[in-house]
Design a protein around this ligand. Structure first.
Ligand code: COA
Length: 599
């Protein structure tokens, strides 16, 4: 079928559906929901059999849903309606949740249901649930709904039959069921530090993460808080007693705040005073309150520590001596890696390379393996006296390169990047710095930089990518700027293995396979081959030469006359709505432009 994806932005869910539908042989095009007239134009140009709307912030115009069947993906079970579905579910600690695919009509979220899927809830942020459970359930439900719709069409039915005639909660089809939940207001998210338990504080923070955050006060200043994690009794014992709400210590970029029955680490904050005159954006909490945080005690933790003790970088070892696997995870918020985070990761890599292990398993973060340099921290630098976004970009990419270099030159053991979540831009190339790259079937890679204002990119991609895809394959991938599923990535040789599992089972599978690799009878031979290949490559062209060439182009991106990267980063960090759909996504417009040119 011809399927038009209509979306507010080409987000992770939309990307996943895009690759799944293309993988099934459908002809897919994308239109960003900019205005009713643009949507009407897209339908006229593409003539889709079906419009699928995975992520919308506005209603589909009646002129469109009357002309063509439009399926809406609602992140809630049948009967649930409203714009804050997942927020409410997380806030209310629902044990089970779901996704419904319903047909657009003149009532909000109340059209006929074509399919739905459910999942058990996990103690996690809204964003994390959205990127994992919701996305997986949405794929299941969408594929089922599309199959049902397609079957009806091919069977010649006058009107294909949905699963349920309505989604309005009371089953009478009049759309007045009681499933409507309004936009979750800040008043319902408010934290009462003098009363709320740690569990309540966390539920509030998680229901508002990634957006809009919980409105609060810190150090007497209005701000929004994000990214909450429980503090352990051990962490709390290390700081003096203080009333609930007090900010007690810092760790990495996070701040420790007392609750009535414990404490929480607040990872991210939005403080307008740290963002100059422009609109505020989130950044590591310790950076958002830099002066105040500098006064707080630093509560560091060892890499190898208790599983409950929160921290971004963690290391543990498994397996017997001589067949040991070191597992290094770096769970950076949103997969973004600031200069500071890269330097800490580099120090961790330098520490773990001194350990006697045979395989190093790089687990990245749970939600994202990595998304490259930290665009918000770079934006923040623009608002600091004596600093600039260009300077911070430059420091950040150097620090990323140092991490990649450490991995590429780790030649006394095998390294494996296990992608538990998606990887984008420099983060995707960081994975390629390992000897092997494994992922599960839900992972999406965006191994290209151009979407960020035509950034050239570094992380030794000019060395790492052609050795996997050849020069032409590498150039094509960088040019097309599209998401790639793990399945397709394995097929093309971009990654080595795609496990047919969900995210949770993948971590166990990856660890089991890493242990088998460490115990393999030919391990020594493989390591020797790897060292020899590295030496040969180095003799042919030193890594320093790749880095120098890439960075000369990046220097131009950061400091040159063309401001595209700075403009794109500003738009990205401030979440400015798109004014038009990029041509590589809107293939219907590309085709129309082509025929106009030929005429
Ligand atoms: N720096 C800072 N924040 C980043 C980031 C980065 N490199 N990459 C992603 N994020 C943040 C987003 O702003 C968003 O924040 P939110 O919590 O306020 O919503 C969150 O991560 C999720 O990103 P989103 O774009 O919604 O996720 P996605 O899965 O839909 O898309 C990407 C993933 C990688 C395609 C997209 O995030 C992206 O293009 N990131 C920028 C990559 C990049 O250009 N890096 C710099 C060059 S190396």
């Amino acid at each position: 079928m011809r399927i038009l994806l209509l979306c507010h932005s080409f987000n992770s869910l939309t990307q996943r559906l895009f690759v799944e539908l293309e993988g099934q042989g459908h002809s897919v095009s994308v239109e960003l929901d900019v205005a009713d007239s643009v949507c009407e134009e897209a339908v006229a140009l593409f003539r889709p059999n079906l419009v699928l709307a995975p992520f919308l912030k506005r209603r589909i115009p009646a002129s469109v849903w009357r002309a063509v069947a439009c399926f809406i993906v609602h992140p809630g079970p049948p009967g649930d309606r409203g714009p804050s579905a997942l927020d409410w579910a997380v806030l209310e600690s629902r044990p089970q949740w779901g996704v419904t695919v319903l047909q657009a009509n003149d009532d909000f979220d109340a059209g006929p249901v074509w399919a739905h899927a459910s999942f058990p809830m996990r103690e996690a942020s809204k964003g994390s649930l959205y990127r994992a459970e919701v996305t997986q359930a949405a794929v299941t439900a969408c594929l089922q709904a599309i199959e049902r719709f397609e079957h009806g069409r091919t069977a010649g039915a006058a009107e294909p039959e949905p699963e349920l005639r309505c989604a309005d909660g009371d089953g009478d089809g009049d759309g007045d069921g009681d499933g409507w939940r309004p936009l979750l207001p800040q008043s319902a998210r408010r934290i009462d530090w003098a009363r709320d338990s740690t569990a309540r504080v966390l539920a509030r923070l998680r229901s508002a993460d990634g957006q809009p955050g919980v409105r609060d006060e810190m150090f007497g200043l209005d701000c929004h808080l994000f990214d909450g994690h429980p503090a352990t009794p051990a962490a709390l014992a290390a700081v003096p007693a203080a009333p609930p709400g007090s900010v007690l210590a810092r760790r990495e970029g996070a701040l420790l705040r007392r609750t009535v029955d414990g404490g929480v680490w607040i990872g991210q904050a939005r403080n307008p005073l740290a963002c100059g005159d422009g609109p505020a954006f989130k950044m590591p909490a310790a950076m958002a309150f830099a002066a105040q945080s500098a006064e707080l005690p630093l509560l560091d933790v060892p890499l190898d520590r208790d599983a409950q003790e929160w921290g971004e970088i963690r290391y543990r070892e498994l397996g017997p001596a001589g067949a040991r696997v070191g597992c290094l995870s770096f769970d950076f918020y949103n997969g973004a890696m600031s200069t500071d985070q890269c330097r800490r990761l580099l120090a961790a890599l330098q520490a773990v390379r001194r350990r006697d292990t045979q395989v190093l398993l790089l687990l990245g973060g749970r939600d994202f393996f990595s998304n490259g340099i930290h665009l918000n921290c770079i934006e923040a630098a623009a608002h600091r006296p004596d600093d600039s976004a260009a300077d911070e970009s430059w420091r950040n990419i150097q620090a990323m390169d140092d991490v990649a270099l450490e991995l590429i030159t780790l030649t006394d053991r095998l390294t494996v990047a296990a992608l538990r979540g998606n990887a984008g831009a420099g983060g995707a190339f960081l994975a390629l710095a390992a000897d092997e790259v494994w992922a599960h079937q839900g992972v999406i890679l965006n191994p290209h930089y151009k979407n960020m204002g035509n950034l050239y990119g570094s992380e030794y991609w000019t060395y790492l990518l052609p050795r996997r895809l050849g020069a032409a394959g590498a150039a094509a991938l960088m040019q097309q700027r599209l998401p790639v599923s793990a399945v397709a990535a394995q097929r093309s040789g971009l990654i080595d293995r795609c496990f047919d599992t969900g995210a949770l089972a993948f971590e166990i599978e990856a660890t089991t396979h890493a242990l088998a690799l460490a115990a393999a009878h030919n391990l020594a031979e493989r390591v020797a081959r790897k060292r020899h290949a590295r030496d040969t490559d180095e003799a042919r062209r030193p890594l320093a030469a790749y880095r120098e060439q890439e960075l000369s182009r990046m220097h131009r991106n950061f400091y040159g006359f063309d401001p595209s990267y700075h403009v794109a980063r500003y738009h990205f960090v401030h979440k400015l709505p798109h004014a038009w759909t990029p041509r590589h996504l809107a293939v219907h417009r590309e085709a129309a432009a082509g025929s106009a040119e030929r005429a």
